[in-house]
Ligand binder design. Structure first.
Ligand code: NAD
Ligand code: NAG
Ligand code: NAG
Ligand code: NAG
Length: 417
């Protein structure tokens, strides 16, 4: 305060002195000056026109410098299911978004939807790049000033991970190391990391708290756990703000029907239960196979904790708002309520209106009876709780999109068909 007023007192006489000096100029000199100013203005205008027309000298990208009041978030995997929904919410909240995705699993169609909704070229950009490519990643971080990274990009099928483990250690663990190093090198201060309940493995005690020991039992869970460990170790000696979100089973899609879940057809066999439900309702597969009816659960089928993607994205926004330098926040993101496969199938039948054929089979090795979260920490610390998750309604929303996008983002089907 004191310093400030003293500086002002000093600068005042200076300013009035220069004004007086200008007032002393005679009228002839003034017109001379006017001519020079006009000349300068036309030269500058000419330069601007030339620069604007020349692609090599275009004005600096709005993504390359910080703008006060605007948070620039790098969304890796933003063409994917969860990443695209997160990008939509960030854009709606007036953030600036850079999506990096190599479209190995995501959809350019999702990016196009976002670009149509948010056409301002200074708000959203898409960069086609592979996070396994160190040179590409470094270029992205040198050409852009990010305030935060939401790292969604990954491969994410448990079954596939047991068949092709290196694909998982490469595209989860090693790529996360790449992102982390680039963030450190370029001083990006906030990381929100997509982790999973698969890092817990088969805990003996339910519900799962953040303190439940992490003993993953498949390469997917192990690769994610290793990525978490790396991030947490790194953050101990840095001032990075880190939030690790461990999602449970994600379902649903944008309530306004703009985005959906559209995995590659060849990944169907590894797919999640909601995808199988819709495929059965569409007649792409003959029916649903429920594996295991003799688990120690109320109705004998496996119990899982399903979370709507709208709620999940909201948890990311809250995590971003609460991220603090030098702090790591680890949170389960679930509802805390387990739902059985039988309940899921019933909800799916009601949501789709299709009497899906269900076959009850023996257990599949590696499945555990019950998994559900204790979400009290995230409520206590981030004031987040599931607001939109309702098994039948979430499935109904997703079904509406599936029905009108039979080829995913490929072609838009008429709703009347
Ligand atoms: N869907 C779930 O139920 C669930 C549950 C727990 C955790 N997660 C985690 O959430 C994140 C997002 O999952 P999703 O369901 O949206 O998956 P997704 O496959 O729909 O999206 C992943 C995106 O990452 C991109 N990608 C993969 N490797 C890349 C690379 N090397 N370079 C650039 N882009 C690459 C893909 O093209 C894809 O668009 C993942 O980290 C996943 O492990 C998902
Ligand atoms: C995507 O990245 C992987 C490495 O993670 C690479 O092997 C693959 O060729 C890339 N795909 C495309 C379409 O660029
Ligand atoms: C993942 O890594 C493997 C190398 O282990 C690579 O062949 C593959 O294309 C990568 N990308 C994806 C999306 O699987
Ligand atoms: C917590 O969130 C609820 C809405 O979910 C809101 O009404 C309430 O004001 C929030 N409380 C605080 C302390 O921010």
């Amino acid at each position: 305060m004191l310093n400030y007023s003293r500086n002002r007192a000093h600068s005042k006489p200076n300013r009035s002195f220069s004004l007086e000096a200008m007032d002393l100029a005679d009228s002839r000199r003034k017109s001379n000056v006017t001519g020079k100013v006009l000349m300068a203005i036309s030269l500058i205008t000419l330069c601007i026109i030339i620069l604007k027309r020349s692609p090599n000298f275009s004005s600096p990208s709005p993504f390359s410098h910080r703008q006060p009041g605007v948070t620039h978030v790098l969304v890796t995997g933003g063409a994917g299911y969860i990443g695209s929904h997160a990008a939509l919410r960030l854009l709606k909240d007036s953030h600036r978004v850079t999506i990096v995705d190599n479209l190995s699993r995501g959809n350019l169609g999702a990016v196009k939807v976002l670009q149509q909704l948010f056409p301002d070229p200074a708000q959203l950009q898409f960069i086609y790049a592979d996070l396994g490519d160190a040179k590409a990643v470094n270029k992205i971080f040198s050409e852009n000033e990010f305030d935060a990274v939401m790292h969604f990009a990954a491969v994410a099928y448990v079954g596939e991970s047991t068949m092709d483990p290196l694909r998982y250690y490469h595209n989860i663990t090693s790529n996360t190391l790449m992102v982390l190093k680039a963030m450190a090198a370029h001083g990006v201060k906030t990381l929100i990391y997509s982790s999973t309940c698969a890092t817990y493995g088969e805990p003996k005690k339910m519900p799962i708290t953040e303190g439940t020991p992490q003993v993953p039992i498949n390469p997917y869970g192990k690769a994610k756990k290793m990525a978490e460990d790396m991030i947490i170790d790194f953050s101990k000696n840095s001032d990075m703000a880190v939030m690790v979100l461990r999602y449970f089973n994600v379902i649903g899609s944008d309530p306004e029907g703009r985005l959906g879940e559209a995995p590659r057809p060849e990944l169907r066999e590894h797919g999640r239960i909601s995808g199988a439900c819709f495929d059965a309702a569409l007649g792409i597969i003959p029916g649903l196979k429920v594996k295991g009816t003799d688990y120690k659960t109320a109705d004998g089928t496996c119990v899982r904790d399903y979370i709507d993607v709208t709620d999940l994205v909201d948890a990311h926004v809250k995590a971003l708002a609460h991220a603090k330098p030098k702090k790591v926040g680890i949170y389960n993101v679930g509802t805390g309520k387990g739902r059985s496969v039988k309940e899921f199938v019933e909800a799916c039948k009601k949501a789709t209106g299709v009497d899906i054929k269900v076959e009850y089979l023996d257990r599949r090795p590696g499945d555990y009876a019950e998994v559900y979260s204790d979400p009290s920490k995230i409520l206590r610390e981030l004031n987040w709780t599931a607001q939109y998750t309702n098994l039948q309604e979430s499935l109904q929303t997703a079904w509406r999109w599936q029905k009108s996008h039979r080829n995913g983002y490929g072609t838009r089907m008429s709703l009347h068909s």
